[in-house]
Design a protein around this ligand. Sequence first.
Ligand SMILES: CC(C)(COP(=O)(O)OP(=O)(O)OC[C@H]1O[C@@H](n2cnc3c(N)ncnc32)[C@H](O)[C@@H]1OP(=O)(O)O)[C@@H](O)C(=O)NCCC(=O)NCCS
Length: 568
Amino acid sequence: MAILIDETKRVLVQGMTGREGQARTRLMREYGTNVVAGVTPGKGGQSVLGVPVFNTPHEAVDALGAIDISVLFVPAAGVKDAAIAAIEAGIKLTVLVPDRVPVWDAMEIAAAARANGARFLGPNTLGVLSPGRGVVGMIGGRAESARQWFKPGMPAGVGIISRSGGMASSTGYYLGQAGVRISTIAHIGGDAVLGIRIPEAALMFEADPMTEAIVIFGEIGSTQEEELAALIVSRAITKPVIAYIGGKAAKEGTRFSHAGAIIEGGRGTHAGKVKALREAGATVVDAFGELPSAVAEILRKIKGKSLMSESEKNAVWQTAITQIEPNRVAVRGYDIADLMGKASFGSAVHLILTGSLPSPAIGRLMDGILVASIDHGATPPSALAARTVASTGASLSAAVAAGIMSINRHHGGAIEDCARQLKLIADASVKESISMQGAASKYLASIKEAGERMPGFGHRYHTNDPRTARLFELAREAGVDGVHMQAARAVEACFAAAKKPLPMNVDGAIGAILADIGLNPAVFNGIFMIARTPGLVAHVVEEQSREKPMRRIDPVNHGYDGPAARSA
Ligand SMILES: CC(C)(COP(=O)(O)OP(=O)(O)OC[C@H]1O[C@@H](n2cnc3c(N)ncnc32)[C@H](O)[C@@H]1OP(=O)(O)O)[C@@H](O)C(=O)NCCC(=O)NCCS
């Protein structure tokens, strides 16, 4: 886990069409943030980088369903209305990046948030970043640098709360250099009136099972650090707290960079904050440069999992697929020796492609899909290509690769194409409030007019593909029957009503089922390649052991002399 942002959160960008809005949308998406919509009044109907823009947050929520976070790149004068519109649309966290937001406006936003059970970060915040999972706002800049600087808190990390934007990133960077992983970096903003403050953010980290310790970049002014000290004393915060407080040299009445960083009436002094935190049991360093080693030292003492080994620390890039350590291999976190004999191959394919182990029934369905595609005789282009290359004396790898290279848009590709088109039909049925059958019939008419064919239906050999019915049966047993399968049945019914013998083929069935299981269509062709590889190996080995080199291979005319029909 992490706090405030992770890969599951659906994010709205207000001011998305503006200069900063466009640039930050691209960067946030590159880092993995799930940006689902934008809002700019009067620009509804446009899109930025393929993300739809709406006129209001309400419209976005109505069209796309619940949204978790809205981030604002709207000039200060428009922030109050924009933030309140997001809060009233049911968005539970707004991140207010703009600076110079009037204090009265921030107070009105706070009242709206309170009334709607929502929270806000900022104003004047760089936002929040959970390494490897998502960023909202501006922390980290380019995705590539952010990935290098901040090491994900897997299995654990430290939480960073900063009152300074620049130092939020720097603290993350220097902790990474000291070998410390991070769960989330939160810049709470530098204004006098703030949404989430240090105490609330610290309580979120306290409740986050992934966070082992809390690092604070504090500064003079306000009572946030003193409130944190009180939470430590009352044991509401039990995780180690390590802090640096900026502004030691500032005199009373002088503002120290941020509007909120001012000492008034003796409150909010550097000495007062350091004393309160130290007396509560927190570690407070005197110089910022001491912070990383102090954090690492405390993690060593508590045997913290946030501390990286030397090789992890020196890693210049990250992979989230398989972790190799001496005498241990873990696929997506699962010990491979433990998976062996427990997880079927279909389940393991699901695990490596999605990151999660499926239920046994979905695992059986995945196995069914892989078995269904293992081979389809000697005539498909992949088998012919593999056999032709094998007949030249090429190695097994070269011949199998030739077969794989022939798997493309028109061979195996129908799995992905069909799934994407079934989604268009399902979406149209919802959007236009018409039946699935009506949407399918309208879609088929439109592609017919464009002179195109519906992929995944009809077959060169089979009028009733035996694999399709069995796959649908396995899907039913696994409780899978989503909009893609429903759209597929509607298409089949349209063809039947038009007296066209175009039943769904195995590619169409696999596409519909994989999409309803929730796999990303980008991997569908890969699943076909995984499934077909054993068949190609068999063809290559048979070609090289039974046939003469460089023979003329008849693409169709051949017999079968293998075992007679038998049951499994
Ligand atoms: C917020 C900020 C980034 C906007 O700057 P910008 O992108 O250059 O401004 P632009 O004028 O190009 O874009 C603003 C967009 O918001 C839109 N907008 C205005 N009111 C809006 C509203 N209520 N809802 C949604 N969008 C709105 C504008 O129409 C504009 O889009 P358009 O250009 O397509 O018309 C800038 O004002 C700012 O505050 N910068 C400092 C931020 C900062 O450093 N914070 C952290 C400090 S640590």
